[in-house]
Design a protein around this ligand. Structure first.
Ligand code: ADP
Ligand code: MG
Length: 348
């Protein structure tokens, strides 16, 4: 299924909307079927647990993963709400994806001067990514892109990179190299001193926040948005219940889903970062798609996954990636400095 999403992304670059629409319609049928047929592998990492009153739910491919939307009440209204969510995801992807050659991020990475409104998607997400990078001592770092390629985590993997290649690559990694430089008329250029930006560890969370914000602004309530394990809730899950009981899938698949340390209140988010959904296999060993930017190697610290509950999905997304790098002890210390956040670590 991952290949299908990659194909969609690649096709989108080459063809205008009409041809894409036909392909997406065809693929949607396949994706919808395989999604429902193969829940364990293809569904997002975490799911809402417990019984509830009648509610509509939708699933579709978005941003290289699976999007889900659930809402209580009128199904026709729920379908319209789902469209708002899908539009928000598409908008964020178009602006922030490094896989789309014309996204704002790709253009910035090429050194172009781009219009970037101060409170727009790119400025907000890049700003928060750099803030998290600094606060985490570089455990979170939006300049890991070149390391992802060296380790074959962007395709074409299969061989261990030699040490000198890793150390050469580290010379172009480092959040402190990145600066947005205003060049007049609301446009900015990025000064990267050899680095490039990759918002893969944070953009999905932001997309979820945008979707929730748009629905809440329109007065909608009692719904859940999930983008590949980045979940945010708004309102109540069912009549008579205020809190959302979310369960995290067991990474090994051997145990039943485990509940989070606490239920989510309206407006809260949870994200899970793990080594089990995306990885590259080299000499029979699995390497996680989360890199420790301080040493240039995929994280291998005995953790299977980390879930973080936070006041926003962007925070939950960034911090779950951060904590996966930091591990239990340093991760807990980092999270203690972030108000409203709680973490759950699952060992391999
Ligand atoms: P997922 O994308 O599977 O939900 P994460 O949110 O943890 O998982 O993000 C992983 C992605 O973040 C990688 O695919 C890569 O683009 C990027 N990334 C990898 N390591 C780091 C890191 N240390 N800091 C910031 N981003 C990272
Ligand atoms: Mg993340």
């Amino acid at each position: 299924m991952r290949e299908i999403f990659d194909t969609i992304a690649a096709e989108r670059q080459r063809h205008p909307w009409r041809r894409l629409a036909v392909r997406v319609a065809l693929l949607a049928a396949i994706v919808a079927f395989s999604f429902w047929a193969d829940t364990r592998e293809k569904r997002a990492m975490a799911r809402r647990g417990g019984a509830s009153s009648p509610r509509a739910s939708f699933a579709w491919p978005a941003m290289g993963t699976v999007a889900e939307f659930e809402a209580a009440g009128d199904p026709a209204m729920a379908a319209r709400m789902r469209n708002v969510v899908a539009d928000a995801f598409a908008e964020v992807e178009e602006e922030l994806s490094v896989f789309l050659t014309n996204s704002v991020v790709s253009r910035l990475n090429r050194g172009e001067a781009v219009e970037v409104p101060e409170s727009g998607h790119a400025a907000t997400v890049i700003g928060f990514a750099l803030e998290t990078a600094e606060a985490s001592g570089g455990a979170f770092d939006p300049t890991v892109g070149p390391l992802m390629r060296v380790w074959g985590l962007r395709g074409g993997g299969g061989a261990l990179p030699p040490l000198n290649v890793i150390s050469n690559t580290l010379a172009s990694v480092g959040w402190w190299r990145v600066r947005l430089v205003p060049v007049g008329e609301g446009r900015v250029r990025i000064s990267t001193r050899g680095a490039e930006i990759d918002l893969g560890g944070i953009a999905k969370g932001y997309a979820v926040d945008l979707a929730v914000h748009r629905l809440a602004e329109a007065g909608r309530t009692d719904f859940l948005v999930n983008l590949g394990g980045n979940i945010r809730v708004h309102g109540a899950p069912a009549t008579g219940r205020a809190d959302w009981n979310i369960a995290v899938r067991d990474p090994s698949g051997r145990r039943p889903p485990s509940p989070l340390p606490r239920h989510l209140r309206s407006g809260e988010a949870v994200a899970t970062s793990g080594s089990y959904e995306r990885f590259v296999e080299i000499n029979g060993k699995r390497f996680s798609h989360i890199i420790d930017p301080r040493i240039g190697t995929p994280v291998d610290n005995g953790l299977a996954s980390v879930s973080v509950i936070a006041p926003s999905a962007m925070m939950a997304d960034a911090y779950s990636t951060t904590l996966f790098v930091l591990g239990g002890k340093a991760g807990a210390a980092f999270l203690a400095t972030r108000p409203g956040c709680t973490a759950a670590f699952i060992k391999r």
